[in-house]
Ligand binder design. Sequence first.
Ligand code: UAG
Ligand code: ATP
Ligand code: API
Ligand code: MG
Length: 491
Amino acid sequence: MELKALLSNLLNYTLNKDENPNIETIEMDSRKPQKNSLFVCIEGFTMDGHDFARQAAENGAAAILAEKEVDSAGLPVIMVNDTRRALAILSDVFYEHPTQSMHLIGITGTNGKTTTSHLIEKILSDASIPAGLIGTIDMKIKGKSYKVANTTPESLFLQKAFHQMKEEGVKTAVMEVSSHALDQGRVRGCDFNIAVFTNLTQDHLDYHRNMEEYLYAKSLLFSQMGNVYKNDEVKAAVLNNDDPASSAFKRVTSSQVLTYGIDTASDMMAKDIEITSRGTVFTLIAPNHENVKVTLNLIGKFSVYNALAAASACFLSGVPLKQIVKSLEAVTGVPGRFETVDAGQDFTVIVDYSHTPDSLENVLRTIKEFAKGKVTAIVGCGGDRDKTKRPIMAGIAVQLADEAVFTSDNPRSEDPMSILKDMEEGVDADARYVTIPDRKEAIEYAVSKASKDDILLIAGKGHETYQIIGSDVLTFDDREVAKEAIGGIKK
Ligand SMILES: CC(=O)N[C@H]1[C@@H](OP(=O)(O)OP(=O)(O)OC[C@H]2O[C@@H](n3ccc(=O)[nH]c3=O)[C@H](O)[C@@H]2O)O[C@H](CO)[C@@H](O)[C@@H]1O[C@H](C)C(=O)N[C@@H](C)C(=O)N[C@H](CCC(=O)O)C(=O)O
Ligand SMILES: Nc1ncnc2c1ncn2[C@@H]1O[C@H](COP(=O)(O)OP(=O)(O)OP(=O)(O)O)[C@@H](O)[C@H]1O
Ligand SMILES: N[C@H](CCC[C@H](N)C(=O)O)C(=O)O
Ligand SMILES: [Mg+2]
């Protein structure tokens, strides 16, 4: 595509040379091959892409897009006010506006995005609507998995991914939309049909200054939905009526609203909920007042919320209610979400991605509802992340479990002992907990102390197959470590 054609949708820019090179790719990382690329300089949180313009030029870039002066080694420079915003606009143009002709479902909220997106993907594909998926665990196109660096990737990656989906014949996509992505404008240019809200509780207060700003970031998904109709399909915000944040989203969206809930009268509701150790049973009441009994293999009240959110999005996507229920009932689990580890032991081991106060509390309360033996919670908190959740999570673990084992999650650049100290601030010195900084040793300890019918919750890392200590990314999988530890005690 010629540079000037690529820039045609940008309102205000200056081009310092009357040149019009052919642009074959857009890049935002100077370390990637740049042959005939437009290199977009992004001022990041740790580096400034403007410092790498020369490197990009030396690697074959054909033009540079910047918001401040750069050393472009003589290449044409396009100057804009905001390169991140321009990147979203240009990526959408370059990849031929892929989401305008797609059915796009976005999910935001503190907890439940990955689970809900997997439920939606399952319902849609069972209904012969092949759906692409983008989220924390991976990106999936026609069943093939691709690695993603972020839960919600940068606009360039996203538009390219949607373009690839379309090339492969996938016209429906479901994606998690993180608050970081909304704040950084990664989803600008995405034309959502349906935007789903799960819930809002404390997280990411390292990034957002307070809960109001966190809520504001989340609200951007609903205020960015644009027109009320897209390709004759109605656009809709799917909101959790039991969560007070929904009232703010109702105000900012121009779309129609479909609510779901358990405790508050809503369009899609769950009634007569029974929670057992094997799953959840409830009656689903649809907006058209149709009633269906649902027997989920997923555990806990929070799983009912995720099922309601998924059912609402799929109902609006045209899947008949009975078919939705059949698919929900067939889901056995999502990797690392309340995943049980069975190595033939007589106690239960659950690996779960609870890394926020609310998710830890939900999961522990759910476990307590059916626990026959002692409940042990192995809990850590990530480094370089919201410090204020550390004492709260430790307090929840000590309050709800019979014994807590405090250990390391992903310490990243922080000293593991100082993270553990922050956690210990949340508990009394005489509380029932032990601190074992090495995660493998912590799991081995809990496994060695477990008796028949006890339950061990290994929280925080879920599907992760690594542990980040300093800048090292080491192989580590809670499920494998637990299996080995169980094997060890059986010998
Ligand atoms: C805090 C944050 O959001 N950081 C994101 C940000 O990184 P950054 O600002 O540090 O980037 P940077 O390293 O300073 O680089 C700036 C620019 O210089 C470029 N560069 C850099 C070095 C070089 O040699 N050459 C070069 O061109 C980079 O390619 C980039 O364009 O932009 C990057 C590219 O889009 C993201 O991958 C990165 O996410 C990091 C990995 C991250 O940890 N993000 C977390 C906080 C996050 O976004 N999490 C949410 C999920 C949260 C949840 O759901 O719970 C998510 O959506 O993943
Ligand atoms: N609807 C929910 N409400 C509260 N907690 C939930 C809910 N759904 C899942 N959880 C808990 O939160 C954990 C993370 O769930 P999930 O991965 O689906 O959320 P997420 O929003 O994608 O998280 P992340 O922001 O880290 O990607 C689960 O392991 C479970 O403990
Ligand atoms: N999306 C979350 C994941 C946290 C997972 C936990 N294991 C940690 O490393 O803190 C984050 O980046 O904050
Ligand atoms: Mg997720």
